[in-house]
Structure formats: structure tokens, C-alpha cells
Design a protein around this ligand. Sequence first.
Ligand code: ADP
Length: 296
Amino acid sequence: MKDEEKNAMSGSATLNSGGVSSAASQRRKTEMILAKDNSTAPVLEADNVTIRYGSNAAIKDFTLIMPERRITAIIGPSGCGKSTLLRSFNRMNDFIDSLNIDGKFKYRGHDLYAASVDPVEVRRRIGMVFQKPNPFPKSIAQNIAWGPLINGIASKGGSGGLRDVDDLIEKSLRQAGLWDEVKDRLGESGLALSGGQQQRLCIARALAMEPEVLLMDEPCSALDPVSTMRIEDLIFELKESYTIVIVTHNMQQAARASDYTAFLEDGHLIEFGETEQVFTRPEKKRTEDYVSGRFG
Ligand code: ADP
């Protein structure tokens, strides 16, 4: 049996002993791991991607598949390329002039960077939640309503076959586990909420756009432990309906909350596998050192 088949059988995709596995072999390993999870389908893919800022590559020969209605955690030391990767999936990096992408980012098999693709539509389907809660300086209700109203998803009273904006506000806040806390103060500023509530408001705001995917860039790193647990529980509930990709520095969080984990170092994928395997039986020494807190 070839090494890569052995790795895939043991539930892990790793670099080969020579350092870097080819894009084709990374893909095969990943597909073999995901094939065991037969109730899911690929939603997002990075297919042999290299991302450069000017001449500096932040992501190198990178292949990864994110399956439907699963939580994929992206872990690795600071500066290894996690945010660069995550932001490329919803074209947030379009605004950085020096950034250049080789290879393909795909959403359900479609090239996310094809000339015919509207980046605004990409960001509607692939929502993003940031590290620091960033509510608009508007009321709680307006924070939710603004995006759906200007993007033609909702209208007052639901006219024109659109969603009723008040229903959508309630639904989104319920989904984010915030409704009971704010239902009597929807007119108050979103900035008057606690940090944990603000982050749930931002999640509600993303959900109101009816995305299929939620990208989360260290969504709990600015929060206290109790708020963190609430958000983790929420992420776990959302997985029933959404595909979630979470960048985290918190190893317990990755181990608790995710189904699959990708470990990156210096822009390379070092190991991808089921979270339980990556944390308890990592294939690579580098992964073991990182998840056990020996560096990073
Ligand atoms: P991580 O999220 O893992 O901390 P980043 O994706 O933020 O890593 O950064 C990866 C590499 O890309 C780092 O070397 C960083 O300095 C570089 N980088 C990130 N953003 C920019 C930018 N806007 N311009 C130039 N280099 C950047």
C-alpha cells in the first residue's frame, strides 16, 4: 500500500516525508477521508491554490475541500495564512491590490473568481463573521434589516414576493440565540449590547442574508469564556443547516466544535483529517507539537 493510501485509511491527509505532497495526492487523500462521511457533499474547495502578496506567498500549493453541513476548523500558528485563505473564499481579498491568486477557489464546483461571478452575490451566499464584533452604529433591528433590504431579499410587509423584513429579523435573531434577550429593545443601538451579544448580533446579521456557508475568523477571541461557550453551542446548532469554516487559535475550541481540522504551517497544508484523529492520533510530528501546545 502506498503511504498516502495508508494515511487516508488512518483518516489523515499529510505531507509526504519529502515535505510537500503534490496537489493531486493531497486531493486524493482528502477525498478518501471525506468519502467515509457519505452524508455530505463538497461545498467549498481550494484547488491547488497559491496566494501571493506581491512576491510573498502566504498560501502555497494548497488543496482543501470543505464538506456540506460540517464544521471545518483551520488551525496553525500566527502568520501561517489562515485569514488569507478564509477571506479568499468569499472574495474579501478583492480589495487588496497586491494580492494574486493562482489555482481555483470553487463553490459547489463553480469557479468563485470566474469573470461572470458577482462578488456581492458570493458574499451573500458565503457569509463572514469577524474576530471583533462589528455591529453597525444602528439599532439592533436595522443591523439585521439593512442587508436584506438593500439586496432585495426582504421588504416591509413582504411585498413583491420578498420576505417580510420583521419576520426575517425575528427569525435571524432566534437562530443566533439572541431573540429572547433583545426582543423588547429592537430599537436600541447594537453597540449597547455586551460583546458576546454583539457577536451573536453579527451572526444574526450574516444569517439574515440567507447564506449557505458561514466563514468565521476567530469569532470568540475577543469574548469571555461564558460568551465563548454560547457561541460554540450556537455554531454547533447552525451546522444542521449551514456549512461552517472556523479559524481558531483555541485548540479546545477546534477539538470541541469541529468535525474536520486542517493544520497549516507557513502557507502549506500539513495535515487534514477528522478532528478527533488530528487531535488524538496526528500523523505528523508538527501537528502533534502544535495541538499539544508545544509551539505556536
Ligand atoms: P494568519 O491568519 O494565519 O495569522 P495571515 O493570513 O494573516 O495569517 O497572514 C499570512 C501572511 O501574509 C503573513 O506573512 C502576513 O504578514 C502576510 N499578509 C497578510 N495580510 C497581508 C497584506 N494585506 N499585505 C501583505 N502581506 C500580508
